[in-house]
Every structure is written in C-alpha cells, then in structure tokens.
Write a protein that binds this ligand. Sequence first.
Ligand SMILES: Nc1ncnc2c1ncn2[C@@H]1O[C@H](COP(=O)(O)OP(=O)(O)O)[C@@H](O)[C@H]1O
Ligand SMILES: [Mg+2]
Length: 1080
Amino acid sequence: MAKMEVKTSLLDDMIGVGDMVLLEPLNEDSFINNLKKRFDHNEVYTYIGSVVISINPYRSLPIYTPEKVEEYRNRNFYELSPHIFALSDEAYRSLRDQDKDQCILITGESGAGKTEASKLVMSYVAAVCGKGAEVNQVKEQLLQSNPVLEAFGNAKTVRNDNSSRFGKYMDIEFDFKGDPLGGVISNYLLEKSRVVKQPRGERNFHIFYQILSGASEEFLCKLKLERDFSRYNYLGLDSAKVNGVDDASNFRTVRNAMQIVGFMDHETQSVFEVVAAVLKLGNIEFKPESRANGLDESKIKDKNELKEICELTGIDQSVLERAFSFRTVEAKQEKVSTTLNVAQAYYARDALAKNLYSRLFSWLVTRINESIKAQTKVRKKVMGVLDIYGFEIFENADNSFEQFIINYCNEKLQQIFIELTLKEEQEEYIREGIEWTNIEYFNNAIICDLIENNQTGILAMLDEECLRPGTVTDDTFLEKLNQVCATHQHFESRMSKCSRFLNDTSLPHSCFRIQHYAGKVMYQVEGFVDKNNDLLYRDLSQAMWKANHSLIKALFPEGNPAKINLKRPPTAGSQFKASVATLMKNLQTKNPNYIRCIKPNDKKAAHIFNDALVCHQIRYLGLLENVRVRRAGYAFRQAYEPCLERYKMLCKQTWPHWRGPARAGVEVLFDELGIPEEEFSFGRSKIFIRNPRTLFKLEDLRKQRLEDLATLIEKIYRGWKCRTRFLLMKKSQVVIASWARRYAQQKRYQKIKSSAIIVQSYIRGWKARKLLRELKHLKRCNEAVTIIAAYWHGTQVRREYRKFFRANAGRKIYEFTLQRLMQKYFLEMKKKMPSLSPIDKNWPARPYLFLDSTHKELKRIFHLWRCKKYRDQFTDQQKLIYEEKLEASELFKDKKALYPASVGQPFQGAYLEISENPKYKKLKDAVDEKIIIAEVVNKINRANGKATSRIFLLTKNNVLLADQKNGTIKSEVPLGDVTKVSMSSQNDGFFAVHLKEGSEAATKGDFLLSSDHLIEMATKLYRTTLSQTKQKLNIEISDEFLVQFKQDKVCVKFIQGSQKNGNIPTCKRKNNRLLEVAVP
Ligand SMILES: Nc1ncnc2c1ncn2[C@@H]1O[C@H](COP(=O)(O)OP(=O)(O)O)[C@@H](O)[C@H]1O
Ligand SMILES: [Mg+2]
C-alpha cells in the first residue's frame, strides 16, 4: 500500500545524516563533508535539532511542488527528510494549536538564499492555512507585496542578482483558527546610495530598468523618458542587462502585483512619476560660474531636463533652479543665503534623488501596510518573517557606511541567536539545576557593544562627530575612533595597530577594520559622516513640498514652512540603531525558528561546493557549537503544569484530576509510562526531555488517548442520545397505541351497530311480510264472502223476477239493439260513400259480421245505380258507339291479341271519304245505300300470298270490294251470303270472309283480307248481319283455319315469325294446301 511507503522518520533513506546532532564523529571536517555529501545529492536542507541549515542550490529543485506541501503538511518535524516546509509547518502549527507567536529568523550572507527562503515559508503557510474567498484575497495581497517591494528595493550586486537592499520584517497575523487576517511590514534602511552610484558590476534598483524596458511607448512618453539606458547617468552601464532576468515581463508582474495589493491607478501613476523624476535628476549637470565677489557659483548646463522634471512633478522651475544654486541657513531668526559651488550642487542633486527614492520606498511600505493590515480588532496570533540583508564584505576596502550598518544588524541577529539558543539554553540548565558541562562558544556581544555602546560605541562616536560644531570630516571621525576604540580587541586601524606596535600595511590610512563574528571587514571611512547626517538642504525639501504633486508633497512634510523645526533630525545611524533595538525586542517575545542560509560558492553557480567558503560560514555562524549544545542538552523542555496538563490523560492516577504538586504528577506519569530514566531529567520548574523521539512517543500516545477519549465521549453522548430518543419514542408509541386502539374499537362498535341494524331490519321485514300475508288473506276472504253473497243475492233476485222476463223481453231487447246497430251502420255508410265513378273500386269496410250479405248487396246496388246514372248522361250517338264497343268486347275480349289495342281507338267507319273523292264517283253512284265501313284493305292473293289494295265497303245489305285506283267494283256479296269470319288469335289483321257455298259470290272462293281496323270491321259486320238477317254471324278465332279457294280448300296457318319485315306480318304460299302467315 502506498501509505506503507510513506516515510515515517528522517532516518529513512538518509544521505549522510539529516540531523547534525546525530553526526559521528563531530568535527568541522565531518560537518562540512556531511553538508557536501547532501548538497551533491540535492539535499540542500540539514537540521541541527530544530534549526534548518539551507544551502543555496542556485538552480530550481523539484522540492517545492504542491505535492511536497501536502507531504509535509501536519507531519512531525522529524518524520520526513529535512525541509524548509517542515520548519514552516512546525511554526504554523504551534502558532495555531499552541497559541505561541512565532518568528522565523533567516540569516546568512548576501546571496545565500534568505529572500527565497522567506518566500518559501510564506507560500507554504499560504498553502496550508484556511481557504475561502476572503482568506484567499488576504493571502494574495500578502504574497503580491513581495514583487512590488523587490522591484523597488532589490538590485543586482556582485553576490546576488536579486539582492535585497533593505531589511524586511513581516508580521503575518492570523485569527484563532489559523486563517490569515493581514500583515504588517517593517523595512530597515534602504541602501539609497545605490540610487546615484553603483559599485562596479552592479546595477541600480530593478524598477528603473523595468520601466525603461517594460513600459509602453505611450507610457514612457507620459513620463518623459527614453528607452535607452545609456541616456541616464544614474544607471550603471556595465551590467545593465542581467542574465536570465526579463525586466520587461517583470515590469508587468509588478504593475499587476500593485493592482492586486490595492494601489489605485492614480497612485501607481504618481509612483512612476517620482521614479522618472529621480532618473532624470541624474541628468542635470552643473557648470562653474564665477561671480565678481569671488564666490564660486554653479549653473545648470542644460535646463531642458530640469524643465521636464518640473513638468512631471508640478514644481515651479525657478524654485527648483534656485534650490540647486543657493542654500539658506537659518539661525536665530536670521536667514543667510549662500551660493553653492558645482560640487555642492551635485551633492544637493544626489541628496535630493536619494531622499526622493528612499522616501518613496518607505511610502510604498506604508501604503502596502494600509492594504494588508488586518481588518478586525480581535486578538491576533503573529508569525514574523525576518529577511534582512546578509552579511557583506567587499574586497578592496569598498565597504562603506551601508555595509557597516548591514553588518551591525547581522551582528545583532547573531547575538539574538546566541542568546536564544546557546546561552539561554545553558543558562536554563544551570537555573533548573540540571547537570551540565559548559560548552565554549564565541559570544559576539562584545562586538555589538563596540558598535552600539551609547558612550563609546562607533555609532555614538559618529553621531557626536556629526553634531559637533566646527569642521567635521571623515578623517576627524577616524581620529576620534582611534582615540576611543584603540584598545578594543575587535577594532583595528592603522593608528591603533601602530599604537599596539603592530604593522599592517594592508590597512590604508582612511580605513578601520572591525573583526565581526563573521570575519574581518575593512571599512572605508569616507562618506560616513555625510551618510550618517543624511542631509538634505532645506531649500530642496521646501521646493519639493511646494510641488503640485500630492505624493511628492507628502514625502517632504518638513518642507512645510509652517512646521519649520530647527532641531536636527536624528542621524541615520541612531535611527537604525533604534529600529534594530525595537526589532530585537519584538523577536524576543516570540518563539524563534532559525533558517541559516549558506552560500556554497561565490560564482552564483549550481553544483559547486567551495569547502573553504562554507567552512568560513559555519565557523562564524557557530553551527558546530550549536550542535554540541544540542547534543549535550535536551531536545525539549516544558514547565511541569502545562506538561501535566498536556499528558495527564495517559495515566490513571493523573486523569482526570491530579491533586498535588505538578512535578509529582509528572513523575508519576513518566513512571507509569515506563519512559527510561536517561531520557529525561527533572529541573526545578521544568521537565527536560533528552530525545525528540521520546517527545514524539508521548505525543503519539496522547493522540491515541485523545482519540480513545473522543470515542468515549462520543459513546456516552450517543448512548444518551439514543436513550432519550428511545424514551421519547416509547412515550410516543403509547400515545399512538392508545389512539389506534380507540380507533379500532370505534370501528368495531360501528360494525356491530350496523350489523344489528341489518339483522333488525330483516326481522322487521319478515314480520311485516307475515302480517301482510295475513291481511291479504283476510281481505280475500272478505271479498269472497261479498261475491258469494252477491251471487247468492243475484240468484235470489233472478229466482224472484224470472216470471216477469221470460215471455218477450229478450226479443224486444234484441230487435231494439239490432235496429240501433243498423241505424248506426247506415248513418256511418252515408258518411263514407265512395265517388260516383263506375270504375271506382273503393267500398267501406264491413263493421259487423252479421251484416256481410247486406253490405255486399248494398255495394252491388250502389254500383248499378251509379252505372245507370253514368249511362243516363250519354246521347244516342254515344250510346251507339258504346254498344258497338261493348259488342267488340263480347266478341274479342281475351280471344284476340289485337283486341286490347283497339279499345282506346274510336270506331269511325268511313275512313275513306268516297263521296268527296271524284275518282270514286262511279262507285258512289253504284252504291246508293248508307255506307257503314269504307276502308282500304289488302286482299291476299290466294295463289302466291301477295297483297293488293282494295276498297272494302260495308253497306246495310252488302259487302263490296272495289279497285282502289278507279273504284271499279270487283265483288259484291249480300250479307246473307256471308257465313263466317275467321281470324287468328294473334296480333295480326288477317281475316277470312267465308261465303255461302253455292252463292253467286262464292264462285271465286272466300276472301282473305288484311286490315288495320280488324276489330271494328268484324264487330260492325257482325252487328249489321244480325240486324239484317236476324242471324248471328259466326266468328271463328283460331290459328289454323281453312279457306275455300275455287274448288280447293287451303289451310291458313299462323306462326310466330321472325321480325325480318319489321312489324308487318308476312304471308307465304307454302304448297297447294298451306298458306303460312308469320306474325311477329
Ligand atoms: N532554494 C533555492 N532554490 C533555487 N535557487 C535559489 C534558492 N535559494 C536561493 N536561490 C538562488 O539564489 C539567488 C539569491 O538568493 P536570495 O534569496 O536573493 O539571497 P539573499 O536574499 O540571501 O541575498 C536567488 O536569486 C536564486 O537564484
Ligand atoms: Mg535577499
């Protein structure tokens, strides 16, 4: 499992030893070798107990990743391999959990990695402390203050491309939960001389280069700057570009950081205007000008630059110009103006530039503090991170006032380290009565005293010299030093050496040397007085105050004439001394955590480990002594009360309360836990634990026990919770049960009630039905009685009255009834009479069966009556026609198929008007009788069946056939000679007229004729014959009859023929005896 592979001790996979305390044998060589071995294996961190030694790797190592942060988070200090994160975690946790303010002291030479270390600490703390939008903003602001301050306060030096040129102490403030609330930054003495002059191979502050490379053309134009570095006297040219540093992109980073920290746009603008003004100040040059009175005067060579500065800063040009040429001294209400010579003018110019810049820097720090300061007034826990400029030694006696100050500061830090670790530790052992063998170490208090002693210290001397009336130079200051400090062991000068009969020609006349804890440093005395004075002519500060530029005005409050202060401002040295003293006091109240940075080489190169250089640093840092003290001493100590309080839960006797002195309690506790005796000692007020491992064991036991206790509390709480819950549930259950029972009973009762009602209703129904049955029976009995009684009475009555009815009453009643019925019948018939039309078949229905025959008779009578009535309307003419029609009907109805068509045709008789037509005159004359029929007929030739037209005439006595063309009579037959007329039953007009055998006409044979009006002709022939001869003419209807032709008899046969000739019947002679007529 991955968890198993996690390191649990710094002893795992150790290269060399991770903790110098464990080094065997312990001497300088083994110490350095151990460091070197680890350095070669990329292990740049090593412990001395809780102190972290850090060697600058000069290249980025993959040991600062978020994963690493997680790895070190909440782990014991000695669990993992040494790391700056382990120290940060330890400090953060004891701040958060034990409520101890912390400070992290980072010391080391310039370029040893202090600033980087401080940033790593801050980023680790930022990564592990609380989260959330508000907290993140605070963190971001705290972290982003770094790039801003670095841009303005760092510069490239020969030792370090990003050397901090100011001291920085930052307090990060946390709330009780360990969430960051804000911070306070203190800055110490910016190396402002760098603004106007840089040593060889070094650069001015980064910001100047960043503006020129990174600002847009437009912005540069606004600031009246040019991109070319060489245009500016204040920018050292020999190393304007630094390898691996992108000034342009850094400029963007800085602007962005300023925005995040909370700088307003106008503020940023003002800041860059001041920076531009400083840069341009360097370009102002002066030339000498002699005046008549012999005084030296100076004049600005080219006023263009001055003009631009004034435009930038809103200063009246003439005011500034005057401030560069005159100096006003005020003494006792007297104002004296003196002119400045060229050197003085340059001095004034540079002083102004330096002051402007260093005040701007202080303003920046104040402004950042305003942004990052904690917003609440709740009690805060504080973690201080001190990153102060490192010990500095320049070769060739280039060390000046700044180095002196820097080194003094380092001296003080060493002092506090010694005090807190070495001396304090040993003293504590003695105080506590612990057996202790003293360890020799170098205490640098004596050097601190040499510098800061209020009477005889170098700084006091310098101040005295500065304030002294009369001519004061750096040499007079050195003289004074020689007098006062000559006998001091750590002070050397040519003079003091001489006086001690030593001869050291390496020491120039204008120098003095101090043997610092970290080595001998030769200081060039030149400039000490001026720098300490830090003088800015009042004319200049007043000129600045008059600027129409709010930032510049604010930077020079002493320029306000209303606030003129004749007292000298405190010197730079005394100011610094005071602030260092405050710092030391501040640090002493906090729990210190040390990071001792070591520089492996002078070349800023990776992988190079210079033994001599490292050895030197180890020596002056007193690391070996540090190890010795650690080894001799105890890793951990704590007063008895808090110790007992912390671990009392580990033992039955002390838990939960120990009654008695705390020390006895701790003794019992340790005894109980079985900690070996050599692992601890009892001091007067504290317990001392020798080995960290013992402490961790205690801590682990405590953690385990706390977990058990937590479980116990949880158990009891859960039990209580469950019990109360159970009781509550039980109570509720009773309530619910009672309600449920009540409900169930209610339901049961209702069911029983409704069942009872049903049973009851059935019983009631049954009873009612029984009663009903009885009542009905009673009623029927009563009725029966009544009926029987009625019948009985009826019988009685009828028996009584029979004698009165028997004779005629029945008949009378019957007749009367009949009469009434008849009356009713006739009256109703009267109403329902049908119409008078003889063909109307309607007749009302019969009402009574017994009237059947009457009804039929009545119908017959009525019909006869209405027929008579109808006939009575006819004239004689009409009567005749109807008689004829009636005759035709009697003769042919249902016998001849031709008949029905003839009914609707009126009989006309004379179809041919003989009398009218002249061609028939002869015929008319021949027949003088009345003509009954005159019509054209076809005479069928008996030989071949062909037809010829003949006129057929019927008179009262004769039948005549005449030629149709001329009316010549062809045959004349008296009616008495006509014996029979034959015709078919079919729909044809053929007929034969049979003649009496032996008569005159009969010689030619019978006539076979065809006519369109056969029925009429036959009827009329019949009637005429009847009236003339009183004999009925025989009319034979048959489809086969014989016709007399001369002597032969020919059979005329009618057959159903084809419709070849349309509707006309055709006649054909078949043989001698057969004439066939085909009827369609
Ligand atoms: N832990 C580190 N890892 C990688 N490089 C480092 C580390 N510490 C320092 N350096 C390198 O050394 C240079 C100088 O470090 P810095 O912290 O500025 O020194 P100091 O502040 O002590 O003067 C840095 O610019 C960086 O290049
Ligand atoms: Mg630094």
